[in-house]
Design a protein around this ligand. Sequence first.
Ligand code: KIV
Length: 263
Amino acid sequence: MKHTSQTIYSKKQAGERIVSLSLYDFPSARIADEAGVDVVMVGDSVGMALFGHENTLGMTMEHMLYHTQAVAKAVKHALVVADMPIHSYNDPEIALKNAQRFLKEVGADAVKLEGGATIQPQIEKLMTAGISVMGHLGMLPQSIGDGKYRVYGKDPDEAARILEDAKQLDRMGTFAIVLECVPAKLAEEITKAVRCPTIGIGAGPATDGQVLVFQDLLGIRSGVNPRFVRRYANLEKIMKKAAGDGFHDVKNKKFPAKKESFS
Ligand code: KIV
């Protein structure tokens, strides 16, 4: 069965946790889909994970379309959510034009936008056009500029604003909300206050689901060590060993063998 925004939304009522990964390429998407992921986000974190940038600010529509196309082609079951990059939803008309490109040109099922009340007109425009929207609150990587990533909502005023934004997104009809880097207690309060599922990253255990960058889960992003990441493998070590073994065989004329050659 292929997930829709409605089947993801319904999981909260059914008491089922949502599993999600942020990933950017065909083989990763195929593997995650076969492993049973519910939601695949093509996150603009691709700028950091694959391009080596310090933040997500350099990502453009062209980058995100390119990666979303590769992911959507591989996925048979999960919902594919394209992350709208910075400046791609500066106003409602631009937001609609770009969101439609993700759905019509490269096969995304939904889009994700960072922000709450400040982007209400954009979200309403997309909803009116029948486009499924995922919200994103807490730390908003597109808005921090060159500032440091930090936990949002420790301060009571900031926490109240995030809670209000979540309620507003929920009223507008977002099918899920990502909560990034917020205190666990605030995430729990928001999760209880909204009807749509919350999907946490650095937001503690009480959200309705969790998302991780696939590279982080697999252990192929050395140097990145946020507290909320749990590595389930050390693929970096495995990849280095495989590369080293291959190089050794070439240098010692053990690869290719006869059976790997054509006559
Ligand atoms: O860019 C991204 O990968 C994201 C997810 C981590 C939510 O926004």
